[in-house]
Structure formats: structure tokens, C-alpha cells
Design a protein around this ligand. Structure first.
Ligand SMILES: NC(=O)CCC(=O)C(=O)O
Length: 262
């Protein structure tokens, strides 16, 4: 199985869901025309950006609008969508939630960010999720995590020990920590012997300039696609057989001794 995966690295308009829904619809159409991907990935909080103080007004009620929007796009273009993440408003909290849709427009899974990032005030406005982001997409066991989550190797390992062969990362990662972004993503790919497909945003907001540098990394740690800081797309064909080859060559998962790691 050798699907093409595209990351849409977009400049999210601060606090303007209507604008961002429109630009995502346009960019998905361009991405499909350009590379005909099997899977499309969007960045973190792509409807609102980090306009966290106004989430009571701009967050998506129960995620309904986003689920319908992504489902229609996935069905129209027959493409699987790792729908970045959006601010999902429930009765008494807001979560940073990723929606996954298959290429029939059917809901597959949702994951809400477990690790809230205090440096960008998430803990003041968002509620953490608790469930894992494990799902199957395009016939491939996958995991979905959100930005700051990549700093917690135990959390990623909790997904790959359950069979995940692709780690999808959606993010709004600032430019001053670009080195951390790149190093952490390469580390997660190498130590888990999985593909890492990481979609960051471009542009800036009133508080941060963002790094872009969306990346697609293979299970050996080879970078097979990387963006620069600008708005755009990256695409790559992945071969899930590579996961088995790498794990057969250096059997990390067989050699683990978790009883000693406590
Ligand atoms: N949106 C985020 O979670 C940002 C995480 C980040 O910048 C980091 O350094 O970690």
C-alpha cells in the first residue's frame, strides 16, 4: 500500500472561522488537483487560531459544523482527511479536537489534545482530552496527536505499541523552537520506527510567528518531504511495508523491557 499524503500548511486567520473554512475548502481542491492524495492533513486549531479569549463566540458547538464540513469535503473529493484540530465547544468546556474522516465522508475518530501547552495559555481556556488517538485510515493503523503532545515520548509509544504505523501530528508550532520541532519529530519517527506526517501552520498571529516546516519522515528517520516557512503544500508517497522492514532489521518493539522502565 503506497498512498500519497499531503499536508496543507496554511496561514490561519486569527479568530475568523468563516475565512478559514473558505480557505481550507479552496486549498483542499488545489491539493487534490495537484497531487491526488489518498490522505490530506490540516494544522492545529485551523478554524480559530489561538484566539483563545474569544472561544465562547468562535468555537464550534459540539464540533458539528466542522464534522459536516470535513465529511462533505472528504466525500466530494474521495479523500481521507486528518482534519487538523478545532476548538470544540461542549456544555461547560472547550477542547482542542482532531476529527478524522474517511474518503466516503464517514466519521472515523476524534482525539482531543491530552497535553495542554501553558506557554500559549491553553490551560486557561481549554480542557484536556483523556482518550488515545488510535484509528485506521486507508487500511493503515495510525495515531493522531496534537503539537505539544510530541514532547511526551511515552504518549507516542502508548500508540505505537498498539500497532500505529503512521503518526499524524497537527500543530501550531512557533518559529523560535523550530529546532525542537524538527528534532522531536525525527526522534519520534526513529524511536517508534513509524512514519511521522506533521502538518504545521505558516504565518503569524498577535503573539507568535510560526515555523511552518511541515514534514513527512519515514520509519528510518529519512525526511521524505519538508516545507519551508511559507504557506504551501508538501506531499509524499509512503510505503507501509517500510515499517515492517525497519522493525525487522532493528526489533525495538520485541526488545523492549517495560517491566524495568517503571
Ligand atoms: N501548539 C502547541 O502545542 C505548541 C507547542 C510548542 O510550541 C512546544 O514548544 O512544545
Amino acid at each position: 500500500m503506497k498512498p500519497v499524503i499531503t499536508c496543507i500548511q496554511l496561514d490561519i486567520k486569527f479568530g475568523d472561522p468563516a475565512f478559514n473554512y473558505q480557505q481550507v475548502e479552496e486549498k483542499v481542491a488545489v491539493a487534490v488537483e495537484k497531487d491526488n492524495p489518498a490522505i490530506i492533513v490540516l494544522p492545529e486549531l485551523w478554524t480559530t487560531g489561538y484566539d483563545l479569549t474569544r472561544l465562547d463566540v468562535i468555537a464550534d458547538e459540539k464540533g458539528e459544523k466542522t464534522k459536516q464540513f470535513l465529511s462533505q469535503l472528504a466525500k466530494k473529493y474521495h479523500v481521507n482527511i486528518i482534519g487538523g484540530s478545532v476548538a470544540k465547544k461542549m456544555q461547560d468546556n472547550v477542547t482542542n479536537t482532531m476529527y478524522i474522516m474517511n474518503n466516503q465522508g464517514e466519521f472515523v475518530h476524534e482525539y482531543s489534545k491530552l497535553h495542554l501547552f501553558k506557554l500559549m495559555d491553553e490551560h486557561h481556556y481549554l480542557t484536556a482530552g483523556t482518550a488515545k488517538g488510535l484509528f485506521e485510515i486507508n487500511g493503515i493503523k495510525s495515531a493522531g496527536v496534537i503539537c505539544y503532545d510530541i514532547r511526551f515520548p511515552e504518549w507516542i509509544r502508548a500508540h505505537t505499541t498498539k500497532g500505529a504505523e503512521i503518526l499524524f501530528v497537527v500543530a501550531e508550532w512557533p518559529l523560535p523552537r523550530l529546532n525542537h520541532w524538527r528534532t522531536l519529530l525525527l526522534s519520534r519517527a526513529i524511536e517508534n520506527q513509524c512514519y511521522v506526517v506533521a502538518c504545521n501552520r505558516s504565518g503569524s498571529d498577535p503573539n507568535n510567528e510560526f515555523a511552518g516546516h511541515s514534514m513527512i519522515i519515514d520509519p528510518w528517520g529519512t525526511i521524505i518531504a519538508e516545507a519551508d516557512e511559507n504557506t504551501g503544500f508538501i506531499s509524499a508517497e509512503i510505503d507501509v511495508e517500510t515499517v515492517k522492514q525497519v522493525r525487522g532489521q532493528i526489533p525495538v518493539f520485541e526488545d523492549r523491557l517495560p517491566d524495568y522502565y517503571k
